[in-house]
Design a protein around this ligand. Sequence first.
Ligand SMILES: [Zn+2]
Length: 426
Amino acid sequence: MRLQCEVEVRSRLLPTCGLRGRAKGAHALLSLGRQPDRPPGRGGPSAGHSVYLMVCTARDRAGARYKLKENIEQFFTKFVEEGKATVRLKEPAVDVCLSKANASNLKTFLAAVRLAHRGTDVEALPLSVLVPAKTSEVEKPKTKMIITSRRDYPLTKNFPYSLEHLQASYCKLARVDMRMLCLKKLRKLDLSHNHIKKLPETIGDLVSLQELNLHNNHLESFCVALCNSTLQKSLQFLDLSQNKIKALPVQFCQLQELIHLKLDDNELIRLPFKMGQLSQLRFLSAARNKLPFLPSDFRNLSLEKLDLFGNPFEQPNPLVPSIQLKIPLTLLESAARATVNYRIPYGRHLLPSHLCEDLEVAKTCQCGNACLSCFIQTTVTMNLHYVAHTVVLVDNMGGTEAPIVCYFCSLTCYSQFLDRYLQSNR
Ligand SMILES: [Zn+2]
């Protein structure tokens, strides 16, 4: 009987506190098996077989062996459901601490250890003779792989399923390799410096993915399916810099765990409409794009660092607004405003999906009311220090100000704003 887990054998005779610290568990193979007892003396009668626990690690493949019959002082099994347990032996005085085991395998294994301790007839237990572990059985599973040239890229072999960090850069990949999408433990995927044009939707199936680096590829878009995938709950770092992306979808802001977002050197003509909803975002860079202004809820961000250098920002002129106001309001506009203002629940089972999409991008007037397609739009100047501690200058003139869009639901709201604006600039 065998069990794969991590093991640390701690002696109870040596001081364990203070400087010594706690050793980390080593990847190990535990076996339970029979072994002939050593005859008591030369030429004496053989004492038969006993059950032993053998702990094999990469360092000690032959394994340390511990006799079990009436040799267990205590079992610690409080955390057995988490794959942890400790077996305290009498002789030698050691604690065999098991962790990272499969919980059900661990329970079966401990049950057999218990039987051996009670001295259940050795022949009755279905145990074989102990054999040392093979190298492959005690080697730690590979968790990291770095490939930085086409030559080293595996074409015939699969990636190890245990990988948590995979980098494949400068490999001239034209698409994401489907074999990577089976790596369910992957936390970091770095595909920078390739020729990838499109991301497969199934990248969203990488349930553990926290960091995705796509710097310097040929991407033209970031698809909606990815914004709706499990990446919403896991993705914290996204580098899309040096691609050819013109716009990100509205749904991009559903990637709620994002902390670090790099969009430099693309062709972005606008940032996602609801950018301000990325509440975890701390580092944002979108330098050298084609942004004329920032979306209105950009002011809701709370960043540590912001870099918007080298964008063709417009000079704001609140006195020349774009007026898209129809009076009286259309029935659709009135209904849409009421739906958002009174938080009336809606969904695709109640409304045509294009209406749902429109409602999701409803604009907010400075008075707090919603507007859909009837509004007055203008841009005002915002000092970027308002949303970020550290701001990289937006131009070579030393400025840290950028234009931000404002919406007004009515002429009244616009004229109130204008009064305040003219007074403060008098
Ligand atoms: Zn208003």
